[in-house]
Design a protein around this ligand. Sequence first.
Ligand SMILES: [Zn+2]
Length: 94
Amino acid sequence: MAVYIYRCAEHGTTEESRPIGTAAAAVPCPVCGSSALRCYTAPRLSLGSSTRRALIDATERTRDEPGVVSAPPPRSGGRADMRRNPALRRLPRP
Ligand SMILES: [Zn+2]
């Protein structure tokens, strides 16, 4: 299976998984049903690790689907962080 990317003029890109060589020139947009034309992209062939590939995919996904949080991140350890990171000890002190 290969992932083909199609673009609707109003709703952006959508992906379709199909066997290699069976990509249609256009598919109906899943949102509005109008014709979404195929976008030619670089093949996603990689010899890298699956962890690296997952990170790249997650980073690319944030363009269209940014992560939404409900609370700020937990506070860092303050003094404990300074002891763990030697670079912070070199910062000027007031
Ligand atoms: Zn659309």
